[in-house]
Design a binder for this molecule. Sequence first.
Ligand SMILES: NC(=O)c1ccc[n+]([C@@H]2O[C@H](COP(=O)([O-])OP(=O)(O)OC[C@H]3O[C@@H](n4cnc5c(N)ncnc54)[C@H](O)[C@@H]3O)[C@@H](O)[C@H]2O)c1
Length: 205
Amino acid sequence: MPAKVDIPRKSIYRLSIYQRCLQRLRENQVDTVSSAALAKAAGVKSTQLRKDLAYFGQLGTRGLGYNVDALSGTIGDVLGQNKLQPVILVGVGNLGSALLRYGGFRKEGFEIAAAFDLAPRKVPGVNVPVLDMADMAEFIRRQHVKMAILSVPASGAQSVVNDLVQHGIQAILNFSPTVLDVPENVVVNSVDLAVELENLSYFIR
Ligand SMILES: NC(=O)c1ccc[n+]([C@@H]2O[C@H](COP(=O)([O-])OP(=O)(O)OC[C@H]3O[C@@H](n4cnc5c(N)ncnc54)[C@H](O)[C@@H]3O)[C@@H](O)[C@H]2O)c1
């Protein structure tokens, strides 16, 4: 398997989409799928699908297509879904609490192991511990956490990120509306619903 840096980020995104399609096929007890059918279900061209999967070796059999279980297992390995990946969340306000209440990350292979806030308060109905910022470094180190979700106000985001990176976080899902400065080895994916709405709004004009 080539080093992760050689694989385009968009291909990695598409792996998650292929994985969802494969999950549906498994639920419907489908054993094999052609690249054309899987590509259609994922909304991509089959040349694109084959190119994305080729990064991970020869996964299908010519004429027979892909074994659904085997391909899903391989993609799960690549995406780190086959073991529960611990994630921490920083900033337990409106958005952070809502994310903590969502129980669906676990079945996708992620577990919010703990949350941190300047003013920690338990979120009713949620078992995830909400801890003080002073406990964050030790928690990251002891639990070998590599991923964090950031839902603090923009004004505090960079300083929280500096701490996260210093203590070993390598991937950040950022909800704060600010551009984060991180070293090259750290990946940031930013989610901004306002940008997405703006984009949609262009198309309804
Ligand atoms: N990306 C999106 O689509 C989207 C949508 C909603 C909100 N947001 C953003 O998410 C962030 C949170 O929004 P919210 O409505 O939950 O805000 P909020 O004020 O309800 O919560 C923020 C929480 O962060 C904590 N906090 C503040 N500074 C901190 C620091 N330095 N370290 C640790 N904790 C800190 C506060 O104590 C509070 O609990 C904001 O930046 C907001 O703009 C983004």
